[in-house]
Design a protein around this ligand. Structure first.
Ligand code: SAM
Ligand code: DTB
Ligand code: SF4
Length: 333
């Protein structure tokens, strides 16, 4: 590990006020990047980047109305609806992801919530299979009860992704078929089952800067910080209500990432959707600002992601190295 300060000076806090976070968020950009890069080096190896692979195991036909989402049944998009994949097919994709260098495999389903049925039993088998392969298994399946979270944990689930997406104030402009408390409640159920929490959001939904600060405030004042915080740039998809949204600038991504890094120093901050539209230099700024995780593979769930070879080149150019699986669980002597 290089450039890591052995004397930790920054304390981990979950009593941030919204004003404190706003002050950080509003810093002059280069000052903000410098601060974030400094905190990053206190807690993490800045060369290390976690490589995750996504697979949509059940695509489209979702009853929810998330305005950004190509998988909502009510919008007319080009997404082809597909029932739950077979366990064997999923395990093959996980093996491919592992040989391509991924250490975390995340399975997504276009469900509002998990139901206790045969499909859930199949997902439990997928989780068992991927866990046996020595990868960190993650799922994102919508809302969960505490019992369902426990079943996933028993099957070997390592992490659960459930995004807050935006601020509580802006939530209703984007999604009306559930509310913020539903989201928080699922995060609580995931925590109770002792599963690693992955929760973040999207920028570029038409929210204002206070909404971005508000979402970061909610995440950073949870009883314990999420272990991963994905920062997505909206991928505008034709047919969704947000199809015409303007592209967010790299500075907006950098500001989100840097603020998340400063207020949640130990979290993996994931530079998630939106990388296809970013240059190597723009992505380098995001890593400088404290991002230390990406999704690799040429597809996210339904939209394109950079080619594997491009990412190999990116890692070489920036001297990055993939983070090993299960590092959080390593006992330090
Ligand atoms: N249905 C489950 C749920 O909503 O939690 C899991 C799958 S859902 C597709 C997972 C996440 O993908 C969403 O919470 C959202 O943050 C992200 N997402 C979906 N569509 C997106 C888009 N067009 N651009 C960026 N992120 C998107
Ligand atoms: C997250 O925060 N981003 C990923 C993952 N968690 C599930 C999903 C991004 C989806 C982008 C749109 C798509 O490909 O459908
Ligand atoms: Fe459904 Fe999830 Fe898409 Fe919302 S984000 S429409 S819940 S798949």
């Amino acid at each position: 590990m290089i450039h890591t300060n052995p004397i930790l000076m920054t304390e981990i806090r979950n009593n941030w006020t919204r004003e404190e976070i706003k002050t950080i968020f509003d810093l002059p950009i280069l000052e903000l990047i410098y601060k974030a890069a400094t905190v990053h080096r206190e807690f993490n190896d800045p060369q290390e980047v976690q490589v995750c692979t996504l697979l949509s195991v059940k695509t489209g036909g979702c009853p929810e109305d998330c305005a950004y989402c190509p998988q909502a049944a009510r919008y007319h998009t080009d997404v082809k609806v597909h029932k739950l994949l077979e366990v064997e097919e999923v395990l093959q994709k996980a093996a491919d992801a592992k040989s391509a260098g991924s250490t975390r495999f995340c399975m997504g389903a276009a469900w509002r919530e998990v139901r206790d049925n045969r499909d859930f039993d199949k997902v439990l088998d997928m989780v068992k299979g991927v866990n046996t392969m020595g990868m960190e298994v993650c799922c994102t399946l919508g809302m969960l009860s505490e019992e369902q979270a426990k079943k996933l944990k028993d099957a070997g689930l390592y992490a659960y992704n459930h995004n807050l997406d935006t601020s509580e104030e802006h939530y209703n402009e984007i999604i009306t078929t559930r509310n913020y408390d539903d989201r928080l409640n699922t995060l609580d159920n995931v925590r109770k089952a002792d599963i690693s929490v992955c929760s973040g959001g999207i920028i570029g939904l038409g929210e204002n800067l206070d909404d971005r600060v508000g979402m970061l405030h909610t995440l950073a004042t949870l009883p314990s910080h999420p272990e991963s915080v994905p920062v997505n740039a909206l991928v505008p998809v034709e047919g969704t209500p947000l199809e015409e949204q303007e592209k967010v600038s790299v500075w907006e991504m950098v500001r989100m990432i840097a603020t998340a890094r400063i207020i949640m120093p130990k979290a993996m901050v994931r530079l998630s959707a939106g990388r296809v539209r970013m240059s190597t230099e723009e992505q380098a700024l995001c890593f400088m600002a404290g991002a230390n995780s990406i999704f690799a593979g040429d597809k996210l769930l339904t939209t394109p992601n950079p080619e594997v070879d491009m990412d190999k080149q990116l890692f070489q150019t920036l001297n990055l190295k993939p983070r090993a699986a299960f590092k959080d669980q390593e006992v330090s002597i």
